[in-house]
Design a protein around this ligand. Structure first.
Ligand code: BGC
Length: 750
């Protein structure tokens, strides 16, 4: 019931087809697989899976329940592996294809080693600023298509952890702080991936909200908080996508590792969420055989420390029943049938580079958020004579996020990454730039102006150049990667100094930020404009130039709050692991397989208490009455909007309708947001997002829009009865352009 209403609200397949996403018929055709009894597509995926299982030996079954090592590990790899992070066996005699897995958060990874191209899209948190489920589908479909082109059959993207710790080095891979927004976008992402007959994945399940000590940490959190926030995002994403895979995370939750946590895997995911696909462990995140199997882990990745011979022995010793093995196998086979992988074998072909560029730019234009625009310093007028770009390697590229999500830049990083040295993890964590040059893009957009670049290393030179230019644009950045957290949301001190110096020299100073998390802005009062560009991808500079010059009117709105300082976060200090809880990469040498094995042994736990509970993101700042730098849902446009005429009709689906007017001189798209404040008896934070819509408006135009709010958006999780309840009382529906600009409100009673 809950799932189908999410589907209705947020997935519009006709609109998606109209956007020109390739239909399945356009796939290159593979030779038809040999005909087996289970080739009959009129049978259900479950029936087909069961037919295969009847033919399988125990060894064949076990061979599906683990990976085959990393492509560059000491265990070696079958030659059939396509070189991605994960691989699970084919069973050729039964026509069962291998599952070729590749990381693909913002594009297909590991291209360089194989000499392949793939499109780097704007990073996930950036793209979430579009609040656009159709764009999220298109994003996923592009990744699915390129995975298939490159010989992969499963995405390892789909990160949807909420930023309880926004300094998490993977915040850039996630979808922001609100479970409805994040779950809706991630669900459409995975649905897009699966539209290409490629298995989609949601990760990291669950509460892997910081990188520091991720393999050891024990997260303490109450059930209600996790059900309503972190797990809710997964639930919504699953309801929309029917993703074939869910990756359990490295950390412990309330005592048990996530990959052997029966509450998370069986009670919630498989029973309550009705997940039909398979659970695979994060890489090295399996820690046991019998316990993990009983708890609901279906596949160990990347190797077979626990789900290889040890699992077979456990079956022989009757510690794990064959029926349990069959259930794991069923989930994997079922997914191969349900996603179309069996019926549409992968055929490699060269990715459509041009199409990728075009999509990447359009999505980046929807991602960029205009945060400050004093005296309309933006858009840059065609009459501007001189613009100086300062810092951030804006002459050659835009920043990308690192770690397993790293998309390799075509032609290599234009700013050479530091040498990896002897630490094997450093190979994953190299500051990498995409060859999309803001200098070149802006020069092309402003043919009558002199556009120049300065590194900003010399402060006096930067000030002098800023003084003599009409407009100065300083590029601030913060690099993020898996495997690390940011010590602070502050930019590096030298960047803040550079911004202050330039701002003091030219009142028309604009700051462009390339960050994967919120940034603090001690200079905010001194600059005229701020543009958050995130890690904008292979066409990031072109998108940015269109925004800066007004060729594109910005529409992006923040999917994450920008706090004023670290001190305002729920956990002002990052909780760091004690030394014994950190994997010793150096002891494991350069061998990734050895590192995974060391991690699998399990490190002594340390504790984090997410005692902010339900107060994630804006809920925290609202409840604690902490002023913020820029609120959730905020973003400016080159036009303005007004709201009027709210009407709310309560019901099973509450009808919320109102009018949005474009009160400015440019066409634009407003992201109109609907929040609800629950009755005091519900014990909830002050408000929650319950819906939104994107409204396209010509200058002066008004439109009446409606946002249906399904009952489940208003319910709370009741732990004693393990159910969702609508608390009787007065609900206030609030409508406006950001979580802190809600001019319309109306009370209703349930
Ligand atoms: C990451 C996962 C990733 C996997 C395979 C792990 O370190 O946490 O997100 O999918 O590696 O590369």
């Amino acid at each position: 019931m809950i799932q189908s209403s999410f589907k209705k609200l947020f997935v519009c397949s006709t609109a998606i087809l109209a956007m020109g996403i390739p239909s399945h018929a356009q796939f290159p055709r593979a030779p038809q697989p040999k005909h087996y009894a289970w080739s009959d597509t009129s049978l259900s995926p479950d029936a087909r899976a069961d037919m295969v299982i009847k033919e399988m030996t125990l060894d064949e079954k076990i061979s599906l329940l683990h990976g085959q090592g990393m492509p560059f590990g000491s265990q070696g790899r079958p030659t059939e592996s396509n070189g991605g992070a994960g691989y699970s066996n084919a069973i050729p005699r039964l026509g069962i294809p291998a599952i070729q897995m590749a990381d693909s958060a913002y594009g297909v990874t590991r291209g360089a080693a194989a000499g392949r191209y793939s499109t780097a899209l704007p990073n996930n948190l950036g793209a979430a600023s579009s609040w656009d489920p159709e764009a999220a589908f298109e994003y996923g479909a592009l990744i699915g298509r390129e995975l298939r082109n490159e010989g992969y059959s499963m995405s390892l993207g789909g990160g949807v952890n909420l930023p309880r710790e926004p300094r998490d080095g993977r915040t850039f891979e996630y979808q922001g702080e609100d479970p409805l927004l994040a779950g809706t976008l991630d669900g459409n992402f995975a649905k897009g991936v699966q539209s290409q007959f490629v298995i989609g994945d949601l990760k990291h399940y669950a509460l892997n909200d910081q990188e520091s000590g991720r393999n050891a940490v024990n997260v303490n959190i109450d059930k209600r908080s996790m059900r309503e926030t972190d797990l809710r995002a997964f639930e919504i994403a699953l309801g929309i996508s029917d993703a074939g895979g869910v990756m359990c995370s490295y950390n412990r939750v309330n005592g048990d590792f996530a990959c052997e946590n029966s509450y998370l895997l069986t009670d919630v995911l498989k029973k309550d969420f009705n997940f039909k696909g398979f659970v695979l462990s994060d890489w090295g995140g399996t820690h046991s055989t019998v316990k993990a199997s009983h708890a609901g882990l279906d596949q160990e990745q990347p190797g077979q420390n626990f789900f290889g011979d040890a699992l077979k022995t456990a079956v022989e010793n009757k510690e794990v029943s064959e029926q349990e093995i069959d259930e794991h196998v069923h989930r994997i086979l079922r997914t191969i049938f349900a996603t179309g992988l069996f019926d549409h074998p992968i055929v490699k072909q060269v990715p459509d580079v041009e199409k990728g560029y075009e999509t990447a730019q359009r999505l980046a234009e929807k991602s960029i958020v205009l945060l400050k625009n004093e005296h309309n310093v933006l858009p840059l007028p065609a009459s501007v004579r001189s613009v100086v770009l300062i810092g951030g390697h804006a002459d050659v590229g835009v920043l990308t996020g690192g770690g397993s999500a790293q998309v390799d830049p075509p032609g290599g990083s234009p700013v050479p990454p530091p040498p990896p040295g002897s630490n094997p993890m450093a190979a994953f964590m190299r500051v990498t730039w995409m060859p999309s040059s803001p200098l070149r893009a802006l020069t092309a957009k402003l043919p009558a102006a002199k556009v120049s670049y300065l590194s900003g290393d010399d402060l006096a030179a930067a000030a002098a150049a800023a003084k003599s230019a009409d407009v100065a644009i300083v590029f601030g950045y913060q690099w993020e990667s898996e495997g690390m957290d940011l010590p602070t949301l502050n930019l590096a001190p030298e960047q803040n100094t550079l911004i202050e110096t330039v701002a003091a020299a030219n009142p028309k100073t604009i700051v462009v930020l390339e960050t994967g998390s919120p940034a603090t802005m001690p200079w905010i009062e001194k600059v005229a404009g701020v543009v958050e560009a995130w890690y904008p991808g292979i066409r990031g500079a072109e998108a940015l130039a269109n925004i800066l010059t007004g060729a594109v009117n910005p529409t992006g709105k923040l999917a994450i709050t920008f706090p004023r300082s670290d001190a305002d976060l729920p956990h002002p200090k990052l909780v760091l692991p004690p030394p014994e809880s950190q994997p010793n990469f150096r002891a494991a040498g350069a061998d990734i397989t050895a590192i995974m094995a060391a991690m699998a042994k399990g490190l002594p736990p340390f504790q984090i208490s997410y005692d902010e509970g339900l107060k994630v993101g804006y809920a925290w700042y609202d409840a604690e009455k902490k002023p913020v730098l820029f609120p959730f849902g905020f973003g400016l446009s080159y036009t303005t909007y007004s709201y009027s005429g709210l009407s709310v009709t309560p019901g099973d689906t509450t009808a919320v309708s109102f009018t949005v007017k474009n009160t400015g001189k440019r066409a634009g798209t407003e992201i109109a947001q609907v929040y609800a404040s629950l009755p005091a008896a519900a014990g909830e934070p002050p408000k929650r997002l319950v819906g939104w819509t994107r409204v396209e408006l010509a200058p002066g135009e008004s439109k009446q829009v409606s946002v249906p709010v399904s009952r489940d958006r208003l319910t709370v999780y009741d732990e004693p009865s393990d159910s969702w309840k609508l608390v009787p009382g007065s609900y206030v529906i609030r409508v406006g352009g950001s979580s802190q600009s809600l001019p319309l409100e109306k009370a209703i009673t349930f």
